[in-house]
Design a protein. Structure first.
Length: 577
């Protein structure tokens, strides 16, 4: 409903666990690393727990996408079954043929064991994933443990991953399940996002939704969102979604404190910060609904009764479309109220004072504007941005040269990398980049980002060099970027399972250096399972999606040290991480 108003291609804060919107926080990165490592270990049990709404299901979905080839997966979404029903469901998920009417535990276990032996004989692995594992009965858990008894001298033939709420840990500490508990080789508890991670999470979701103009949430609003949600991703999604809807209905260009407070009341039943609740309480049950469902339960209305709120929103939307609907091309602004402003609550006054203090700490000089210079066109700013990018690499740029920029760079031993990202991803890659910006009237123009230190950035727009802050960039940046990087001579394209040659040998040496191991001396190499595992481990440590493929971002980070001192960077400090 509000997507077009805010320049979004789709809803940014859906509570459906979409791996495409997976935000790699430190906690989620570690949780994913535990799951991925389980596919290369000796088998047994891996335990992932977390409070409701912290992103366990999203991590699981991302894990399933990244599972190495040669892995057979059985995914049990709702294991609230008897031991017999659970075994039958496992057979169904693995595709094990069971004659109709086969219900005895002995017969089902025998067929599963035969299947596991056949899988192992083909050099493959079998992984069983149990979602919402806190719903398993002790009898079902014990039956799963017995399945893992089948093993070779080197490994167990079945890897079991249990994902559930914190009470699962309490269940496993029971005396009757001590044998299973002792077989858990890795445990990880996923917590909420930190105060510093919440702004990155919100910006990432907006970028993934294709935001092309504006920044709906100010820094102050993001701080308040953290206090309201305590960093729980699902709560953040619901509050942000309601806040955007409220801002849209009221014709506001961004979410203010008043709109955010109303949204929090709708999402959580009150405007107070989120509190820890008992797992069995109504509030917990409302938030522990399946990821495809919204929060249920009784809610406090925005203006009193829920019906009154809905009516108010419908009237506001009707007025909005009447004034600003199709055929009206004037800019949308919140209307000024003729009524005298009401006093701000003490909390809001403190928030405003804190923001002023923070702004003052940045210095008395206000950041320059990111507007397109007068007399400049999209084409002229693009040429100027390209020139600034090449200048950063100490290369000339000839606007009369009809070759594409990437062809000109390739002649100097550089490669282009383009895509969509966020300030955080640019900070990680740590290379100057050309950004596509969107003006107030939706016109496209370009800027070269040449320096980034903290929240301060240096950009070149047209013939002007300006110092701006990252908030300004986020409001104008479409998310599209183009940068240059120095591609090693041995690297001719992405390296993955089955690749071979000098590029793989070079990769093996770089991975060894990065891990502090002795570098192998081979001139040729083969990209095998071992190397794929090493690449995943490096990617996890570097904050890159661990897909096990050595693409441009992975190679760029691996060879970053080689180009130090001769290649331009956005930051010579911690910006390169």
């Amino acid at each position: 409903m509000y997507e077009e108003y805010f320049g979004l291609k789709r809803k940014p804060f859906s509570i459906v666990p979409d791996p495409a919107c997976f935000f790699m926080s430190a906690g989620h990165r570690e949780a994913l690393a535990h799951l991925l490592y389980s596919t290369t270990g000796e088998g047994g049990f891996v335990l992932l727990t977390g409070e409701v709404g912290t992103g366990k299901t999203t991590v699981c979905r991302r894990f399933i996408e990244l599972i190495p080839e040669g892995t057979e997966v059985a995914f049990i979404l709702n294991p609230k079954l008897t031991a017999e029903e659970l075994l039958a469901e496992i057979c169904s998920e693995f595709g094990i043929d069971c004659p109709e009417g086969t219900t005895s535990i002995r017969s089902l276990v025998s067929r599963i064991n035969d299947y596991l032996l056949a899988v192992h004989g083909k050099g493959r692995r079998a992984v069983l994933i149990l979602e919402e594992a806190q719903n398993l009965s002790p009898e079902a858990l014990e039956q799963i443990r017995l399945l893992t008894n089948l093993e070779t001298t080197e490994q167990k033939l079945l890897q079991v991953i249990m994902i559930g709420q914190p009470e699962l840990r309490d269940m496993l500490s029971a005396q009757q399940l001590r044998q299973l508990s002792q077989r858990i080789t890795a445990r990880y508890h996923l917590g909420p996002l930190s105060r510093r991670e919440v702004p990155g999470y919100i910006d990432y979701r907006l970028s993934a939704a294709g935001v092309v103009r504006g920044r709906p949430f100010t820094a102050g609003a993001m701080r308040r969102i953290y206090r309201l949600t305590k960093g729980v991703p699902r709560l953040i999604n619901v509050v942000c979604d309601r806040a955007l809807l409220g801002a849209f209905a009221e014709g506001k260009e961004s979410v203010d404190a008043k709109t955010l407070k109303k949204a929090a009341r709708e999402a959580t039943g009150n405007g107070s910060p989120a509190r820890t609740v008992d797992a069995g309480s109504p509030a917990a049950k409302a938030w522990s609904a399946d990821d495809g469902e919204g929060a249920g339960g009784k809610r406090t209305g925005l203006y009193g009764a829920a019906a009154g709120f809905i009516l108010a929103v419908l009237l506001a939307l009707g007025s909005f479309y009447y004034v600003y609907g199709p055929g009206r091309d004037r800019p949308i602004h919140a209307r000024e109220s003729r009524a005298a402003p009401s006093p701000k609550p003490a909390e809001e006054r403190k928030e405003a004072e804190a923001e002023k203090t923070m702004e003052g700490a940045k210095g008395t000089q206000a950041p320059a504007s990111l507007d397109r210079p007068e007399g400049q066109t999209g084409a002229s700013t693009k040429a100027a941005a390209y020139a600034a990018l090449l200048r950063a690499w100490q290369l000339p740029y000839d606007p009369q040269d009809r070759r594409p920029l990437c062809d000109q760079a390739r002649a100097a031993g550089l490669a282009c990398l383009s895509g969509r990202g966020s300030i955080a991803s640019l900070r990680d890659m740590n290379r100057p980049a050309v950004l596509r910006l969107v003006g107030e009237t939706n016109e496209l123009y370009y800027a070269a980002l040449t320096a980034l230190k903290g929240e301060a950035a240096t950009v070149v727009i047209g013939d002007e060099t300006r110092n701006v802050d990252t908030g300004q960039i986020a409001r104008r940046w479409s998310g599209d970027y183009l940068l240059l990087w120095r591609m090693p001579a041995e690297y001719q394209g992405e390296l993955k399972m089955g690749s071979g040659g000098k590029g793989v040998a070079w990769l093996a040496r770089q991975l060894a250096v990065a891990a502090g191991r002795a570098a192998p001396a081979e001139e040729e190499g083969l990209y095998d399972r071992k190397m794929e595992r090493q690449v995943r481990e490096f990617q996890i440590g570097a904050g890159i999606v661990p897909d096990g493929v050595a693409g441009p971002r992975t190679i760029m980070r691996l060879c970053g040290a080689e180009g130090q001192g001769r290649d331009p960077v956005l930051s010579d400090g911690k910006g390169s991480r």
